[in-house]
Unconditional design. Structure first.
Length: 79
């Protein structure tokens, strides 16, 4: 694991096309922004785990896509 120190308004690059920016730090909370291509899914870990848990419960491929869309909407609403 690479561990970096960043301040507000600083960012890191992952590859050539994913940028992670520190937007603000307020107490023990850090707001980050993620700029990535549309074809790169970005989820909070708990949403990602839920998607894969639903996919592993005998769901069909179509159900997995529906779960992904539902989780993405929930993640967007939470952010």
């Amino acid at each position: 694991m690479l561990v970096l120190t960043r301040k507000s308004n600083q960012s890191i690059m992952i590859g050539d096309d994913i940028e992670i920016s520190v937007l603000s730090v307020m107490g023990d909370k850090v707001r980050i922004g993620i700029q990535a291509p549309q074809d790169v899914p970005v989820f909070r870990t708990e949403i990602y785990v839920e998607i894969h848990r639903e996919d592993g419960d005998g769901a069909t491929a179509g159900d997995g896509q529906a779960a992904t869309a539902k989780a993405a909407a929930a993640d967007k609403d939470a952010g």
